[in-house]
Write a protein that binds this ligand. Structure first.
Ligand code: PLP
Length: 478
C-alpha cells in the first residue's frame, strides 16, 4: 500500500473491520451498510461528531443520483425536463409533510438550518417587537437576534437550568405585551438535551405569540410533530440526518405572516425565491424517510443503548461527569410541577413544596454549580453525550484522539478554532475551566459496537497521558 494514501479496504467489508469487537451489541445483526470505521494507514478511524455533520446514507446518494445529470431540469420549466424535476420536488414535499406532520403547502425548502433560523427572526420581527429566545441557541439564532437588536427589536435570552433544560416558566415570566416571537431549539447541539417545546408551545399559543423551533439537532432523532409542538415555524437541515449539505426545510404554519428572506422568482409559493435545488431536495426527503424508519424500527433506541454504554464506560475514568444528563438542581417550579401542578399558581414557598414531595432533591437545589451524574435523567437525543474531563484542556484531548483515529469535538463545529469555552455549558453554570475541559461525543446513526469499543480503548489512555503531561487546574479533581 502506498503509505501516503488511505487504505479504504475496510469500507463495506464490515466483518473484517469489526472482528475485534469485544461486545455483542444490541441490534448488531441489523447494522446499516455504511460503517463509520475506516482504516487509514493501518489505523482505525471512528467518526463520532455526528452533530457537526453526517455522511450521506447510500440510499440517499442513489435517490439523488438521477437529478444531477439525467433529470436536471428546472422545476419551473413547462417542458418534460422541467416536469420531471417538478414532480420530484412535489414528491419530496409530500414526504416532508409527513415528516413534520403538516400540510404540503406548509413545507418550504431552503438551504438549511441557518437560513430557517434567520428567516424566523428576520421574517417576523419588526422594530419595537420583543423576542424571547434562550442563551443556549445555535449562533444562527443568537447572531440574528443581535442583528435585529440594531433595528430596535429587544431580546430576552432565557438561561437554562443547570441540567441544560429551559424551564417553560422562565419563558412565561419573560413574556410582555410586545412579545411577538419565542424561539427555542428542540435539542441542544452540544448536550443533546431535549427542550420542553410542547409546554412552551402551549404557553406561546395561549398568549397569541408566534413560536419557532430550531429542530436541526432533533430532526431524525425524535419524532417531529409540529401540531403537537404547537409551533408556527420549525427549521431542519438535511446534513444533520445523513442527507446532503446546503439543503433544508422549514414548516411555516398557514397564515403565519412571514416575510421571505430571499425575493425574486415565485418559487416555494413566493416564500423562498431561487431555483430549487432538486437533487438536494430529493436527498433531504430520502434522508427524512429513512429517519422515520429508524425511529420506528428500533435503530434510534439501539443508538441510545450504545451511547449509554459509551458514557458509562467513560465515567469509570476518575474525574469525569456528564454535562446535561440529569436533573441536578432543577428549577423549583419544575420539581413542584411534577407532583403538585395545582400549587404552582398559588404563592407557596417553592422550597417548602419541594421538601413536601421531593425531599431528596431539596438539598440539590442549594448545591454548587457543577456538572453531576446524580439525579433523574433529563430527556436527551439518543446519539449525544457531553463529558467533562477534570484537569484536561478539551482541545488537547480532541487533538490526541484525532491522532489515535477518533474524530470528536469540543462542541459546536461553528466555534471550532475559537478558544472561547462553550456558551451553552457556561450558560448551564459550568465555570470556564470545566467548560473547556468538556467534549461532545455524537454518534452517527450507523455507529457500531466496534466504534464504541475502539473509542473506549483510546480515550482512557489519552486522558491518562495528557493528565500526566500537563495537568490543568490541578486540585479540581476531587
Ligand atoms: N441549529 C442548530 C441547533 C445546529 O446545530 C446547526 C448546525 O450545527 C444549525 C442550526 C445550522 O444548520 P446548517 O448547518 O444547516 O446551516
Amino acid at each position: 500500500m502506498n503509505g501516503n494514501l488511505p487504505d479504504w479496504s475496510c469500507v463495506g467489508i464490515t466483518q473484517n473491520c469489526e472482528s475485534s469487537a469485544k461486545h455483542s451489541w444490541p441490534g448488531a445483526e441489523s447494522r446499516l451498510p455504511l460503517q463509520s470505521i475506516k482504516v487509514t494507514a493501518g489505523m482505525r478511524r471512528v467518526y463520532m461528531d455526528a452533530n457537526a455533520t453526517t455522511p450521506l446514507l447510500p440510499e440517499v446518494m442513489e435517490a439523488m443520483r438521477p437529478y444531477w445529470m439525467e433529470h436536471f431540469g428546472n422545476a419551473s420549466s413547462i417542458h418534460l425536463h422541467g416536469q420531471q424535476a417538478h414532480t420530484a420536488v412535489n414528491r419530496a414535499r409530500e414526504t416532508m409533510a409527513e415528516f413534520f406532520n403538516c400540510h404540503e403547502a406548509e413545507v418550504v425548502f431552503n438551504s438549511g438550518g441557518t437560513e430557517g433560523d434567520n428567516t424566523a427572526i428576520f421574517g417576523l420581527l419588526r422594530p419595537g417587537d420583543h423576542l424571547i429566545t434562550t442563551s443556549i441557541e445555535h449562533s444562527a439564532i443568537l447572531e440574528a437576534a443581535r442583528r435585529v437588536a440594531h433595528k430596535g427589536v429587544e431580546t430576552t435570552f432565557v438561561a437554562p437550568e443547570r441540567s441544560g433544560l429551559i424551564n417553560p416558566m422562565d419563558i412565561r415570566r419573560a413574556m410582555r405585551p410586545g412579545t411577538r416571537l419565542i424561539s427555542v431549539m428542540l435539542a441542544n447541539n452540544e448536550t443533546g438535551v431535549l427542550q420542553p417545546v410542547e409546554e412552551i408551545g402551549k404557553i406561546a399559543g395561549d398568549a397569541g405569540i408566534f413560536f419557532h423551533i430550531d429542530a436541526v439537532q432533533g430532526a431524525g432523532k425524535v419524532e417531529l410533530d409540529v401540531r403537537r409542538f404547537g409551533c408556527h415555524l420549525c427549521s431542519i437541515s438535511a446534513h444533520k440526518m445523513h442527507g446532503p449539505k446546503g439543503v433544508g426545510a422549514m414548516f411555516v404554519r398557514r397564515g403565519t405572516p412571514l416575510e421571505p428572506l430571499l425575493v425574486g422568482g415565485s418559487h416555494e409559493r413566493r416564500q423562498r425565491a431561487g431555483t430549487e435545488n432538486v437533487p438536494g431536495i430529493v436527498g433531504l426527503a430520502k434522508a427524512a424517510e429513512l429517519a422515520m424508519h429508524s425511529l420506528a424500527d428500533g435503530t434510534i433506541d439501539r443508538l441510545a443503548t450504545m451511547r449509554n454504554w459509551l458514557e458509562e464506560a467513560i465515567l469509570q475514568i476518575p474525574g469525569t461527569a456528564v454535562n446535561g444528563a440529569h436533573y441536578f438542581d432543577c428549577h423549583p417550579e419544575r420539581l413542584i410541577k411534577d407532583c403538585h401542578p395545582e400549587r404552582l399558581i398559588k404563592d407557596c414557598h417553592p422550597e417548602r413544596l419541594i421538601k413536601d414531595c421531593h425531599p431528596e432533591r431539596a438539598q440539590r437545589v442549594e448545591g454548587p454549580a457543577v456538572a453531576s451524574s446524580s439525579g433523574e435523567p433529563v430527556p436527551r437525543v439518543a446519539n449525544t453525550t457531553n463529558i467533562w474531563f477534570d484537569q484536561l484542556e478539551g482541545e488537547a484531548l480532541v487533538i490526541a484522539l484525532d491522532l489515535k483515529g477518533v474524530s470528536i469535538s469540543g462542541g459546536s463545529a461553528c466555534h471550532s478554532g475559537a478558544t472561547e469555552p462553550s456558551h451553552v455549558l457556561m450558560a448551564m453554570g459550568l465555570d470556564k475551566t470545566r467548560a473547556r475541559a468538556s467534549l461532545r461525543f455524537s454518534l452517527l446513526r450507523t455507529a457500531t459496537g466496534a466504534d464504541i469499543d475502539y473509542v473506549l480503548q483510546v480515550v482512557p489512555q489519552a486522558v491518562e497521558h495528557l493528565r500526566a503531561l500537563a495537568p490543568v487546574a490541578a486540585g479540581t479533581m476531587d
